[in-house]
Design a binder for this molecule. Sequence first.
Ligand SMILES: NC(=O)c1ccc[n+]([C@@H]2O[C@H](COP(=O)([O-])OP(=O)(O)OC[C@H]3O[C@@H](n4cnc5c(N)ncnc54)[C@H](OP(=O)(O)O)[C@@H]3O)[C@@H](O)[C@H]2O)c1
Length: 212
Amino acid sequence: MKIFIAGATGRVATKLIDDLLADGHQIVAGSRHPEQQAKKDGVTPVKLDLHASVAALAKLVEGSQAIYFTAGSRGKDLLQTDAFGAVKLAKAAEQDGIKRFIMLSSLFALEPEKWEATASLRGIMDYNIAKFFADNYLVAQSQLNYTILQPSVLKETAGQGTITIDDGQDGENSIEDVAETLAEILEHDNTVGKVIKMRAGTTPIATALSRV
Ligand SMILES: NC(=O)c1ccc[n+]([C@@H]2O[C@H](COP(=O)([O-])OP(=O)(O)OC[C@H]3O[C@@H](n4cnc5c(N)ncnc54)[C@H](OP(=O)(O)O)[C@@H]3O)[C@@H](O)[C@H]2O)c1
């Protein structure tokens, strides 16, 4: 497949690209600084700014068969990047007839009743509101074949190739395992229309996904 990745220079996307290349896919790597994209066969860097219009984004993603959203502003531009940037990219996909859309979200983003449960969740209230806006668009308003992956905290630790998927408890995730899970989601059609909460665990990634 030809796959478009938004936020392609990020920590998760960098691993995701390697996983998707290993699966034989071609990558169009979108970021604001395409010159910083690691040069690899099968990867075409393009300039993406999520402040762009839906029409401009539709032009950029044209010809792709699937889209990943792994971008994020680290709290600096939540409305225009994490929230509306994601919605505009989903609208661009719809405009182009690209059905498959895989969103990297965050644990409990669609459950506002949990956002005050702990001090760390209270500290990311604005972030959760932004992710709610984007996730809720996919679930409630789009006609896309979406999958939303909601990991708990990301850590730069070695991947185990094993995870837990359940109703969600706070925990941690290796970025490598999150990237591998995102790549595997594309191979599992049963994940279409699903919101998947993950953290570190003991179930092989493909097995865990086959059960959702
Ligand atoms: N940190 C956590 O514990 C945690 C937990 C669960 C989920 N998540 C989610 O996982 C996502 C990815 O994490 P990560 O660590 O890989 O993030 P990251 O390294 O900060 O990467 C974010 C990417 O988004 C791009 N970006 C930012 N603003 C943009 C814009 N306006 N237009 C286009 N691209 C833009 C960045 O590139 P440039 O800035 O160079 O353009 C970068 O490529 C986060 O954004 C967050 O939503 C994080």
